[in-house]
Design a protein around this ligand. Structure first.
Ligand code: GUN
Ligand code: ZN
Length: 435
């Protein structure tokens, strides 16, 4: 049994009241055993209740739930930060050539390993991840995540048109391969599967129909795809699907708009589409650094709130420019400033922890530090350099500390990442908690 000592912050309840519902414990104690959180409270009280627990003293640091990245692409670890295009030419010029290399299993294994390493270095303990079209590349990802007992949601990309021949499956093989991956990985250990049509333009109606059948057959499986990211993309979808009333309706016609369906971007939804998202319980993955990088547009978080559609934050690596969820909130904040509706730090924190976990119906295991949940958490040491020691006071509020780290780029602030009660990353250079 381990007892961690540090300040603690998390959202213990299913909540949307960011001001009041966060639990902040100064000099807190978190008790961990057998991969689970056993208890949380004041350090002194935890010490008295669990006198035999081995102490891990991180006084002056913060314990936060492991972060959740709700949309990203593992093959694009290799093409992140490629210059110059908007969505459709960027896919042609960088993404598809990169993904072609994943027909080679050893290449996929190598990138999967780097990818998982990037997640844990940045404090991300759960991702909703797109693989490539190759089913073995998806196996490689789940295998790498399983080695850390990571709670991962992932899927094989399906596409059968408007992409290079080498990256195409077909309606039958997309259904068969996805079903085989569901049988192999969904609910095996902490893995979960997401049916993954890349986006409407790269699937024929026949493929959408076959994936829709699968979605109906497996009601508890996730669905992940892209939606209304870019204006040219939306016009293209209209020409490819003349019978649909709009972009969301393409997915809706094939039973893929529902709870556990996570739509990346949603920058240009109509009011009717927002209403439909709300009525069906679907989730938005807001990808701010990607939207800025590809010049896609400014996501309107206020309208999502107005329609009560859950919004989870996401990096969208590799159109997204960082694996850090802290930085991703920093970019979300800037977008929200341009919209004159700033997203406050607590809302940002909610969208990468408890809010995301609730949207993905997984908050009984991840996203918070309640007793009985899985021991996925991070130790953050905010005052790790001269600048952050100067800017962030020793007794700074959680909100101010989190905001400053998010704006300043906080990868080095992550001191340790714990998954299922095991330390799977330690930044040995960051030992400045008391500085
Ligand atoms: N739309 C379809 N595929 C992709 C992708 O890989 N990245 C982004 N940002 N948008 C997409
Ligand atoms: Zn994406």
């Amino acid at each position: 049994m381990l007892l961690f000592r540090a300040n603690i912050a998390h959202f213990p309840h299913a909540t949307v009241n960011f001001g009041d519902d966060i639990q902040v414990i100064q000099d807190g104690g978190l008790v961990v055993e057998g991969g689970k959180i056993v208890a949380i409270g004041d350090y002194a009280q935890m010490r008295r209740t669990y006198p035999d627990a081995e102490l891990n003293d991180h006084s002056g640091c913060w314990i936060l739930p492991g972060l959740i990245d709700s949309h990203l692409h593992y093959p694009q670890t290799q093409s992140i930060a490629s210059y110059g295009d908007q969505l459709l030419s960027w896919l042609e010029n960088y993404t598809f050539p990169t993904e072609m290399q994943f027909s080679d299993l050893s290449h996929a294994q190598k990138v999967a390993s780097v990818f998982i390493q990037q997640l844990v270095k940045n404090g991300t303990t759960t991702g909703l991840v797109f693989s490539t079209v190759h089913k073995e590349a998806c196996d490689a990802l789940f295998t790498a995540a399983s080695q850390l007992d990571m709670a991962l949601i992932a899927g094989k990309v399906c596409m059968d048109r408007n992409c290079p021949e080498e990256l195409r499956d077909c309606p039958t093989s997309a259904q068969k391969d996805s079903a085989a991956l569901i049988d192999r990985w969904h609910n095996q250990g902490r893995n979960r599967y997401a049916i993954t049509p890349r986006f409407a333009p790269t699937s024929t109606e026949a493929q959408m129909a076959s994936l829709g059948e699968l979605a109906q057959q497996y009601q508890d499986v996730y669905i992940q795809t892209h939606l209304s990211e870019n204006v040219d993309e939306i016009n293209w979808v209209k020409s490819l699907y003349p019978n649909a009333t709009g972009y969301l309706d393409v997915y809706d016609q094939y039973h893929m708009v529902r709870e556990r369906a996570v739509f990346g971007h949603c920058v240009h939804l109509t009011n009717d589409e927002w209403q439909r998202m709300a009525d069906t319980g679907a989730t938005v993955a807001f990808c701010p650094s990607s939207n800025l990088f590809l010049g896609s547009g400014l996501f309107d978080n206020a309208i999502a709130k107005q329609y009560k559609v859950p919004v989870a934050l996401a990096t969208d690596v590799g159109a997204g420019t960082s694996f850090s969820m802290f930085s991703t909130y920093g970019e979300a904040y800037k977008i929200s400033q341009l919209n004159k509706q700033p997203i406050c730090p607590l809302e940002g924190f909610y969208m990468m922890t408890q809010g995301a976990a609730i949207a993905h119906q997984w908050d009984d295991h991840i996203g918070n530090l309640n007793s009985g949940t899985d021991a996925d958490f991070i130790i953050v040491s905010p005052r790790y350099c001269e600048l952050t020691s100067l800017r962030i006071e020793e007794h700074a509020s959680f909100s101010d500390m989190f905001f400053a780290l998010s704006i300043l780029g906080a990868q080095r602030a992550v001191k340790q990442t714990w998954i299922s009660g095991r330390c799977c990353y330690e930044n040995k250079e960051n030992n400045h908690a008391m500085a």
